[in-house]
Design a protein around this ligand. Structure first.
Ligand code: ATP
Ligand code: MG
Length: 440
């Protein structure tokens, strides 16, 4: 369950409980006040009628007037009843405009009160009866209760709306922080957050920016170190190769010359020894050549990426003159060493795959600046992938695509192989942009 739903749900629950508790308290209070109101009115009415009866009641007209005086009252009804129990005249309470619902009346209505006052008219024996009628009071309390309930409801709704808005605002900041974290996780250490808004969020953003800044520093330091390691390795290999070539090569050559001279000797044994030595020297020369080949710098990037790509294109166009090769390298800033090497290897393998596996009329290699990084693509119209070629490191003997994918992944980029059925194949790598120098 999301944090938003949990927090807003808890607040809504608390408000609902408060609303219920408020309603219960209102009911209890209303019940007591209805009882007080109705019973007080009843006692007052009884007292006033008894006072009137103390006077000289000589005629029923006076009694009818007394009953009539209760007409339209809110809490008490009066009735004049003769000795046979027949109601001669009785008053009605005020008309109810909005009577309360039955359940509410059942909860609120106070216990009824009634009193019968005997009238001793010699020619007309009768009684005057007073009873409570709380319907009007209950209706009034109902109307107040509805108003109070609606007011509380409006307050709760308002409070919920304000809390939701505040929460949504806070969440927006948290989402920005989350997006920033994801960016950093993807290696975009240049990401920064605006340190504004509430102090807590500003503090969080400052902490994030500090962390991203440190990571950026570490990353570029790391990058430099890696480049230095590669450079030192290459220099060391080149040095060993040079020493081997310069120190051993001439002596091997001299040995070969001497052995060849011996092989031409008139002495048979010397001739045999000479040619044995020459064979041994030739064997050593082959071994040294192999070692020198392995010690050569890793790629043909000594003169930059653009020249290296041009060399590759030239290499294949000489062997496949029927194929049209196009290439373009449009980079404003140079790539760092690892990315440059990866870009070169991708073009190398892409060109090699295109000429080996397809039957293309056109092969195009492109290196270009994109919004998200540096795009390296090789595209051909050789008829499409010869078989399903999803790059997988498990495929033995088919390591080209998998190797490219691994290189790009190591650099934090994206690699795709598109099979354009009936048309050709397009491999695309999007390398992130850790660049170190302006292209001269
Ligand atoms: N441009 C292309 N046109 C047609 N098929 C291709 C193309 N590129 C790759 N393929 C298909 O994808 C397969 C895998 O390519 P990948 O480069 O991984 O291996 P490979 O070229 O067969 O072997 P390796 O590169 O290891 O020498 C190839 O065997 C080929 O069938
Ligand atoms: Mg290949």
């Amino acid at each position: 369950m999301s944090l938003q739903i949990r927090v807003l749900g808890s607040i809504a629950l608390v408000l609902m409980l408060a609303l219920l508790a408020g309603s219960a308290w209102l009911l209890l209070h209303a019940r007591a006040s209805a009882r007080l109101e109705v019973h007080t009115a009843f006692r007052g009415a009884e007292e006033s009628v008894r006072d009137t009866m103390k006077g000289n009641v000589a005629h029923t007209v006076t009694l009818r007037e007394v009953v009539a005086s209760f007409e339209g009252q809110r809490h008490v009804r009066a009735a004049l009843i003769n000795e046979d129990g027949k109601v001669i005249v009785q008053s009605q309470i005020a008309q109810l405009r909005n009577p309360a619902p039955e359940w509410f009346a059942w909860l609120i209505t106070p216990p009824p009160l009634a009193v019968t006052i005997p009238i001793n008219l010699p020619q007309y024996p009768c009684v005057l009866q007073l009873v409570t009628d709380p319907r009007s009071e209950v209706a009034q309390i109902w109307s107040h209760a509805v108003t109070a309930f609606l007011a509380m409801l409006a307050f709760c709704a308002g409070a919920m709306a304000v809390v939701s808005l505040a929460f949504a605002h806070a969440l927006r900041r948290l989402k920005r922080l989350q997006a920033g974290m994801l960016d950093v996780a993807r290696g975009r250490y240049e990401t920064r957050l605006a340190a504004d808004g509430a102090p807590e969020f500003a503090e969080l953003a400052r902490g994030f920016n500090h962390m991203a800044g440190r990571l950026e520093q570490f990353s570029s330091r790391n990058q430099r170190l890696e480049d230095q390691i590669v450079q030192v390795q290459e220099e060391e290999r080149a040095g060993i190769a040079r020493d081997l070539h310069d120190e051993v090569g001439p002596y091997l050559f001299a040995l070969q010359v001497d052995a060849s001279a011996l092989a031409k000797s008139i002495d048979a044994e010397t001739r045999t020894r000479g040619s044995t030595i020459r064979e041994a020297v030739q064997h050593i020369q082959r071994q040294v050549k192999d070692i020198l080949r392995q010690l050569r710098p890793a790629s043909g990037l000594e003169f930059g990426l653009e020249a290296a790509v041009a060399d590759l294109v030239l290499f294949w166009s000489r062997r496949y003159p029927a194929i049209r090769f196009e290439h373009s390298v449009a980079l404003v800033l140079a790539l760092d060493r690892r990315s440059e090497d990866a870009a070169y290897r991708i073009v190398q393998e892409g060109l090699s795959n295109a000429v080996r596996h397809g039957a293309p009329g056109l092969i195009r290699a492109v290196l270009a600046e994109e919004q998200e990084g540096v795009l390296v693509s090789v595209e051909d119209d050789g008829g499409g992938l010869k078989q399903s070629a999803a790059p997988t490191e498990m495929s033995l003997g088919q390591m080209g695509l998998a190797g490219m994918a691994a290189r790009v992944r190591d650099l934090g980029g994206r690699f795709t192989v598109e099979d354009l059925p009936g048309q050709g194949v397009r491999i695309t790598a999007l390398l992130p942009r850790p660049r170190i120098r302006e292209v001269a």
